[in-house]
Design a protein around this ligand. Sequence first.
Ligand code: IMP
Ligand code: MG
Length: 181
Amino acid sequence: MDYSKDIAQVLITKEQLAKRVQELGAQISKEYEGEKLTLVCILRGASVFFADLLRNITTDCEIDFIAVSSYGSGTTSSGEVKLVKDLSSTIEGENVIIVEDIMDTGVTLSYLKRMLQARNPKSIKICACVDKPERRTADIKADYIGFTIPNEFIVGYGLDYNEKYRNLPEICVLAPEVYSE
Ligand code: IMP
Ligand code: MG
């Protein structure tokens, strides 16, 4: 499949991603040294970032998965978050880091953080691969951020447009023609 005509620009290269994920992994490993940590992956977009981040964490950690839906199809959120798949284990008394692909309006993460907070974890933090602060409507901040980008619709490295482009190894700006078609 040749995606090149659908891509306006490569925004974050493989090398930049690898380097930043390594830094985030080192920072998290240091901060949670000697603590029990559960990394929660938000399916499906965060899966690629999650797998890379996980392999850069050198302290004991467990993993779990949760799925929500907020986007129907298209490039703007419906603003409504639905829990599609819950965690498999309890998180009471545990240190939790929610790992997300991108923080856009912040609606998804504020919903999830509130929901998980109610289960009485010892601590709860957010790690987002990409942050688009211009679009924020919810009052929420990520504790760990890979990259801060302007308001552009991006795909690749797990991020999709209508379920496509998740397999691109770099983060790319989608050509506007693709979603205005
Ligand atoms: P929020 O609730 O508006 O913060 O949206 C978060 C979710 O929207 C992410 O998990 C992504 O699935 C999706 N999303 C937001 N911006 C983009 C983008 O630029 N490309 C692909 N998906 C995006
Ligand atoms: Mg998503």
